[in-house]
Design a protein around this ligand. Structure first.
Ligand code: ZN
Length: 300
């Protein structure tokens, strides 16, 4: 069966949750499920190399039959072979590869050539988008809260703070209306000039983070995902204006369209001693402003 020769075109960066598409390829995934490749999709897949935002879930329909789609993975095609999810050995965007969204459907799925409608669960998407936007805000607020804990000149973030988040992040997991970010403070971060004493009073750090978050939410800026092209592997960036500065952060996920969607964002910080240093875990929690509007799907 022929494999697609170009990337899946994706519409979720614009906030879409529904798309009409044509089935380009189906492959049995061996567990009663089938992986379906489409020419375009509104369905956000989990990224293999940096799985921060979980996949959408939803359904696919050909107008007669409807298949649950519990998840979507990132796939790559190279030299006539399709690698899906954990089997994908390269980062999305690697030269010489075609990148696709692999919709995992229950059952045998539709046939190649069938026009289908794919729909992501709106409530889950809205909550993940709120969580992802809150995660970016919290990372910038953490950089700001720790800006006096550096003894050297490290790289800076978009607001001019030393880039603690970019330099120390180990793992980021977006959750519905929140995120959990894990940072490692070891020898290499200390060598770059970070003084771990800045984390002695975690409550004070968290209070400074929350203060920045409250200020930014009150600025009520729009949030957009800018992109060079519709292809899955095209570069995309989260953009938002904070403290009169336009911020751009490379990002493949989905986002709330405005900071007015939040009533508050708070963080809790936790430190753990690990071999060779310590770990800082930031739990970010967002409260949505318009719960009823959210239920109607207007925040997608
Ligand atoms: Zn992101």
């Amino acid at each position: 069966m022929t494999l697609p020769s170009r990337d899946t075109r994706v519409t979720y960066p614009d906030g879409d949750v529904v798309s009409e598409a044509t089935v380009l390829h189906v492959t049995d995934s061996g567990d009663g499920r089938t992986v379906v490749l489409l020419d375009r999709t509104a369905f956000h897949p989990v990224d293999t190399a940096w799985p921060d935002q979980p996949s959408d879930r939803g359904s696919m329909s050909d107008g007669i039959q409807r298949w649950p789609v519990p998840e979507a993975v990132t796939g790559g095609i190279h030299e006539g072979e399709l690698f899906l999810g954990a089997d994908l050995p390269v980062r999305t965007g690697t030269e010489g590869w075609v990148f696709v969204v692999g919709h995992v459907v229950e059952g045998s799925g539709p046939r190649v050539g069938t026009p289908v409608r794919i729909e992501a669960d709106r409530a889950l998407r809205t909550d993940l988008s709120l969580g992802h936007t809150a995660c970016h805000l919290a990372s910038l607020a953490l950089d700001l809260a720790l800006r006096d804990s550096w003894t050297k000149e490290p790289p800076r973030d978009g607001l001019g703070s030393p880039a603690f988040d970019a330099l120390a992040i180990q793992r980021s997991r977006i959750e519905p209306r929140g995120s959990v970010d894990t940072y490692r403070i070891g020898k290499s971060l200390r060598r770059k000039g970070f003084d771990p004493a800045g984390l002695d009073d975690l409550d004070a750090v968290a209070a400074r983070v929350d203060e920045a978050l409250a200020r930014w939410l009150s600025q009520a800026s729009a949030v957009r995902v800018e992109r060079e092209a519709e292809e899955l592997s095209a570069r995309r960036a989260w953009t938002c204006r904070l403290d009169d500065t336009d911020i751009r952060i490379p990002c493949g996920g989905t986002h709330a369209d405005s900071l007015t969607r939040f009533s508050s964002v708070h963080v809790d910080l936790e430190r753990r001693d690990v071999e060779g240093g310590l770990e800082l875990v930031m739990h970010t929690r967002a409260v949505a402003r318009h719960d009823r509007a959210r239920m109607a799907g207007s925040v997608s």
